[in-house]
Design a protein around this ligand. Structure first.
Ligand SMILES: *[C@@H]1O[C@H](CO)[C@@H](O)[C@H](O)[C@H]1NC(C)=O
Length: 218
């Protein structure tokens, strides 16, 4: 191998490894960086408040004991505790949600572009599942009882559905201060402005009238 090739190989390896080290949220460079919501400067994350002005309440959120309102077509409600709701989460790469489910309520198929999610059932019974990426698209699903824990790997499409006639509650932690959510139905059929119907008809191999019907729902 020539000197140049060796150099290119080592540069590639170094880049790959540094890429892995910084794959998700960057490692904090201080104890904390409480988000200063009054600052309009845009950075990757949120600008830090002066540490001397930080208070206990900056690391605090109250309300996850409250049931979310599940009176909606899907019958579920996510209550987020992200950096927006809890400013002390800024730069820490972690967050939490409470998910409420009406009887047979569904948290519809969605993905978190920036986070793995670990979920535990507090009340009720859930059927959960995720689908692996192309080309296999393998569907992995399980029924969870109270106390069970399940993980949804970063970026994969997943859902939870309450199976039972009572309310269900789950608590989940996510590996980002701002995991993001892309709900498949909303993104595809509820885009604003809409994705042209003929594109979706061809993509989903259905008649355009089926696409019109789906678009009218989102
Ligand atoms: C729950 O949401 C529904 C639909 O938006 C609304 O009509 C209802 O008043 C809400 N209930 C409560 C208790 O907030």
């Amino acid at each position: 191998m020539s000197m140049l090739n060796t150099l290119i190989l080592w540069s590639f390896l170094a880049l790959t490894l540094s890429g892995l080290a910084f794959a998700y949220e960057p490692k904090p460079l201080q104890d904390f960086c409480v988000a200063d919501s009054s600052n309009s400067v845009k950075v990757n994350g949120l600008v830090c408040k002066n540490p001397m002005q930080v208070q206990a309440d900056d690391f605090f959120f109250s309300g996850l004991h409250l049931r979310g309102n599940t009176s909606n077509p899907a019958g579920s409600k996510v209550t987020p505790v992200f950096a927006t709701q809890l400013p002390g989460l800024n730069t820490l790469g972690i967050s939490m949600v409470r998910i409420d489910y009406a009887p047979w309520g569904l948290n519809p198929p969605h993905t978190h572009p920036r986070a793995t999610e670990i979920l535990t059932v507090i009340e009720g019974t859930l059927q959960v599942g995720f689908v692996t990426s192309n080309p296999d698209n393998r569907f992995i699903t399980k029924v969870l009882q109270k106390g069970d824990v399940f993980v949804f790997p970063v970026g994969l499409v997943h859902f939870q559905r309450s199976i039972g006639n009572g309310y269900a509650v789950a608590i989940a932690a996510l590996s980002s201060q701002n995991p993001g959510a892309i709900t498949i139905g909303n993104a595809v059929f509820g885009a604003n402005p809409p994705i042209p119907g003929d594109i979706l008809a061809k993509a989903f191999q259905v008649d355009k009238s089926v696409v019109d019907q789906l678009q009218s729902k989102f």
